[in-house]
Ligand binder design. Sequence first.
Ligand code: HEM
Length: 89
Amino acid sequence: MAKKTVNYYLVKIVRITGWILFLIMVLFITTGFALCGKYGFGKIISTQAALRIHKIFDMPLIVFFLAHSLVAIYLAFRRWGWIKKRKTA
Ligand code: HEM
C-alpha cells in the first residue's frame, strides 16, 4: 500500500471539518432566527434552548472554523506557489 503523505491528511482535515462546520452553521442559523423570532423558527425551539445551543457551540465553531480555513488557505498558498515545498537534503 502506498505511504500516505502529510498532504493526504491535510485534505482530510479540510473535508471533515468542512462538513462539521456545515452542521454547526445550520444549528447557529436556525437558533439565531429563533432568537430573533424570524421565519417561524421560534415555534420549533424556545428562546432559552436556542440561546443554550448558541452558547454551547460557540467554541466548537471557532475551533472548526480556524482548523478548516487555515489548513485550506495553507494548501491554496502551496498550490499557487506562494509557499514552496521544503527541499529534502
Ligand atoms: C462556516 C463556513 C464554512 C463551511 C460551512 C464550509 C464547509 C465546507 C464543506 C462542506 C466543504 C466540502 C468538503 C468535502 O469536499 O467533503 C468545504 C471545502 C472547502 N472549504 Fe470550506 N467551509 C467554510 C468556510 C471556509 C473558509 C473560510 C475557507 C477558507 C478560505 C474554506 C475553504 C475550503 C476549501 C479550499 C475547500 C475544498 C477542499 C478540497 O476538497 O480540496 N472554507 N468547506
